[in-house]
Design a protein around this ligand. Structure first.
Ligand code: CU
Length: 233
C-alpha cells in the first residue's frame, strides 16, 4: 500500500471511529434524559398533610412508542390533564396522596398471593369501582392486571382488571386508553414520607410477554412497568 493510501485509510478509520464515539455520547449520555417527571407538587406546602390527587392508567399496549406491544403505565399531567407516557412523578413530602389508577389491561395471575394484598394505604384498603377491597385473589378469579408497589414504603396495590371473558376479549387497543374500553377504577391513599428522596416503584406481575420469565422488556424499563416517585421537601 502506498503512503497516501495508508494515510487515507487511517483518516477514514479515524473518522468512522469518531462518528461512533459521537453517536454513543449523544445517544446514550446527552439524549438519555428518560421519560419526564409529572409534577404534582405545585401549590402545595410540604409537611402540612395537604391532599394531592395523582391519576394514572395501565394499558395493554403502548401504541405511541417504538415498542407498541409492551404493557405500560401512563400518568396524567396535572397541568395539561393529558396522558403522558411516563412512570415518574413528584409529590410533596408529608402529604396525603390520593391515587386513582384506571385499569385497562386484562388479567394475569400473580405469582405470589402476597402481592394480591393491599398494604401501606390509609385504612389498609383500596376502592375498586367505589367498593372497599383489602385483597384480590387472582388465582380464583380474573381480577388483577398489574401491581403498583413502592417497596420502601411497604405499599402494595393489586390493580384490578376487567373480569369477564367478554371484556378481556375486547380490551383497549390504542393507548392511552379511554373510558369507552373495559376498565376498573382503583383508588387508594397513602401519606408521602417526610424525607425527600426518590422512591422506586414497580409492577410485580411478570408482564413482559415474550421475555425470559416475563421479567424483561417493560418490567425493567422506566416509563413502562417501573418508575420513580420523587418526594420533594
Ligand atoms: Cu405489570
Amino acid at each position: 500500500m502506498s503512503l497516501p493510501a495508508r494515510v487515507a485509510t487511517l483518516i477514514v478509520a479515524f473518522l468512522a471511529f469518531a462518528a461512533v464515539v459521537g453517536f454513543v455520547v449523544v445517544h446514550y449520555f446527552l439524549a438519555s434524559t428518560g421519560p419526564p417527571t409529572e409534577d404534582y407538587t405545585a401549590h402545595v406546602t410540604p409537611d402540612t398533610g395537604a391532599t394531592v390527587n395523582v391519576i394514572m392508567q395501565e394499558a395493554p399496549q403502548t401504541t405511541i412508542t417504538t415498542d407498541p406491544d409492551w404493557v405500560t403505565y401512563f400518568i396524567m399531567s396535572p397541568q395539561t390533564h393529558k396522558w403522558v407516557h411516563t412512570t415518574n412523578f413528584s409529590v410533596p413530602a408529608g402529604s396525603r396522596i390520593n391515587v386513582t389508577i384506571y385499569g385497562y389491561d386484562g388479567c394475569t395471575p400473580l405469582r405470589n398471593q402476597v402481592w394480591g394484598r393491599v398494604t401501606g394505604t390509609i385504612g389498609n384498603h383500596m376502592l375498586v369501582d367505589g367498593k372497599s377491597v383489602t385483597q384480590l385473589n387472582s388465582w380464583s378469579e380474573c381480577t388483577v392486571a398489574h401491581t403498583f408497589a413502592i417497596p420502601a414504603l411497604g405499599l402494595n396495590i393489586p390493580v384490578a382488571s376487567p373480569t369477564t371473558f367478554a371484556e378481556n376479549s375486547n380490551l383497549c387497543s390504542v393507548s392511552p386508553c379511554t373510558p369507552s374500553s373495559p376498565h376498573k377504577v382503583v383508588q387508594f391513599s397513602f401519606m408521602s414520607p417526610r424525607t425527600p428522596n426518590s422512591y422506586f416503584w414497580q409492577c410485580k406481575i411478570p408482564c413482559g410477554l415474550g421475555y425470559l420469565d416475563g421479567n424483561g422488556g417493560p418490567m425493567q424499563t422506566i416509563g413502562y412497568m417501573t418508575g420513580n416517585m420523587e418526594v420533594v421537601g
